[in-house]
Design a protein around this ligand. Structure first.
Ligand SMILES: [Zn+2]
Length: 493
């Protein structure tokens, strides 16, 4: 097919009624597809001879066919972007499917609305050293956005089609705590599975004296004996850093992590029984206490012993990782901590350290990137949602004021599932005094960012349609805000 000829012809034929996404053209030998939109919706366009249209067999046609004058017998047809049509396209372009990314440097772009990934792809096209994880949602996010894994994979794929992305990408079932959601994630074609071990960690032991530990736990089990035999009084020297496993440290590690590691093994076996290749992330990040170097070494060593082939590991670093705002804590302390974790990671090898709640952690990104030597995974999500809210603030002030009311009214409820150190008493009760043109600046306020961050469920429940419409109508602005935001993220790395 004469690619440039078709593209030019098409853009001029359609420009009156549609916007055609210029990067979306995807060609085979005998047809091409592309994405376009009118003022209401986006569609899939296909150009080719009639017999090819028949062969592809897409359904749910929209509007009438247009024949291309300059190419005899070629017809443009328009279709709804639905799951059936996507499935047919995936048979033709299997490279559109997500795949495991292994230990390559990667970045997670959660997209709660299914609209932001297009901008994320624009960012990634300029940063080819980083592979994107596009469909990334936790169960908490799925419930609040009323989506499932299948939907988020489909939405990311449509975004990829729109932006003409050709590289690899991952789909992350984030913070999964039980088998039920692993089954759903496998069925939906997710490629990365993040296990949340929190419910199996026994942190109580950290607040006990040695004698309390002895009286509260049975330390004569085979497991404890095996651990002692393997690690007791072991001294490990890593680039001048010493790890030491005395009896007290060791028994606490065994008690804190023992069950979580068993659970990890169960889940790993479950996944390996169903998939040949997948990325497996094990997360210990939502604990109350910082992961010690000894704990890091112990966890990895134990997982290797159980043949758990994991790709990335999320540890709990010092400081506070609140959603959607910069790091709160002592940057030097973080630096010291990630330095030794980075050394351990390289020594034990073949996995990457993962930073969760990575939205806007600008002040620690340089240290994280340096100390992991660029081999890392970072997850963001809330920061993209906040850019959508910023679009509302700049385009439709009265609507933004309504969203503020929803966010404030639902604050106590939202806070139940998101732990944040933010007292309602210090928040503004009204933004009546704020001038319209100042509203978008509120999205930079550290407290209001968190208020809106956790309010997405409540906002979508009440105003989803209106919000989506506004974002579609102001898509370029939405992308522009996202690009600006992620430039800041990537510049800090
Ligand atoms: Zn996490």
């Amino acid at each position: 097919m004469q690619i440039e000829n078709i593209k030019k012809n098409l853009l001029s034929t359609l420009s009156e009624d549609f916007y055609v996404y210029p990067d979306s053209f995807r060609f085979t030998e005998d047809f091409a597809c592309f994405i376009l939109k009118d003022s209401h919706e986006k569609y899939l366009g296909v150009i080719g001879p009639e017999k090819i249209h028949k062969k592809i067999g897409l359904g749910s046609q929209f509007g009438r066919d247009i024949s291309i004058e300059s190419i005899n017998g070629f017809i443009i047809k328009f279709f709804k972007r639905n799951d059936k049509n996507l499935k047919k396209l995936l048979n033709i372009f299997p490279e559109l499917n997500p795949s495991p990314l292994g230990v390559n440097t990667s970045f997670g772009f959660g997209d709660r609305l299914g609209l932001a990934n297009a901008a994320h792809i624009k960012v990634i096209k300029k940063r080819k050293e980083v592979l994107p994880v596009l469909a990334q949602q936790s169960v908490r996010e799925l419930l609040k956005t009323e989506k499932d894994f299948k939907t988020i994979v489909a939405q990311s794929t449509w975004n990829i089609l729109q932006e003409g992305y050709q590289g690899k990408w991952g789909a992350d079932a984030d913070h999964i705590k039980d088998e039920e959601y692993f089954i759903k994630a496998v069925e939906a074609g997710m490629t990365m599975f993040t296990l949340d071990t929190l419910e199996y960690l026994d942190e109580a032991v950290l607040n006990m004296t040695s004698s309390m530990v002895k009286s509260n736990y049975d330390l004569s089990t085979g497991y404890i004996k095996r651990i002692k035999k393997q690690y007791l009084d072991k001294k490990i020297e890593l680039d001048g850093n010493k790890l030491y496993f005395n009896e007290d440290i060791l028994i606490r590690l065994a008690l804190i992590y023992g069950e979580a590691l068993e659970f990890t093994q169960d889940i790993f076996q479950f996944l390996s029984g169903r998939l040949n290749r997948f990325d497996f992330e094990v997360s210990f990040d939502e604990t109350n206490t910082t992961t010690t170097p000894e704990a890091h070494y112990f966890i990895v060593n134990e997982m290797r012993r159980s043949n758990i082939d994991f790709t990335s590991l999320a540890l709990r670093f010092p400081g506070t990782f609140e959603k959607g705002i910069d790091y709160l804590g002592d940057i030097d302390e973080f630096d010291r901590s990630i330095k030794i974790h980075g050394i351990i990671c390289r020594k034990l090898g073949n996995y990457k350290l993962s930073l969760h709640s990575g939205s806007d952690k600008f002040s620690i990104y340089p240290s994280f990137a340096r100390n992991t030597q660029g081999v890392f995974h970072i997850k963001t999500s809330g920061t993209s949602w906040l850019e959508a809210v910023r679009v509302v603030a700049s385009i439709d002030p009265p609507f933004f004021r309504e969203l503020f009311t929803i966010a404030m009214d639902s604050f106590d409820e939202n806070k139940k599932v998101y732990h944040l150190n933010l007292d309602k008493d210090i928040l503004p009760t009204s933004i009546k005094e704020v001038a319209d043109k100042e509203l978008s600046g509120l999205i930079d306020d550290r407290d209001l960012r968190r208020v809106f961050h956790i309010a997405y469920g409540a906002i979508l429940e009440k105003e989803k349609e209106r919000l989506m419409k506004l974002l579609l109508e102001n898509e370029q602005k939405h992308y522009e805000y996202l690009l600006k935001n992620f430039k800041k993220h990537f510049d800090a790395l």
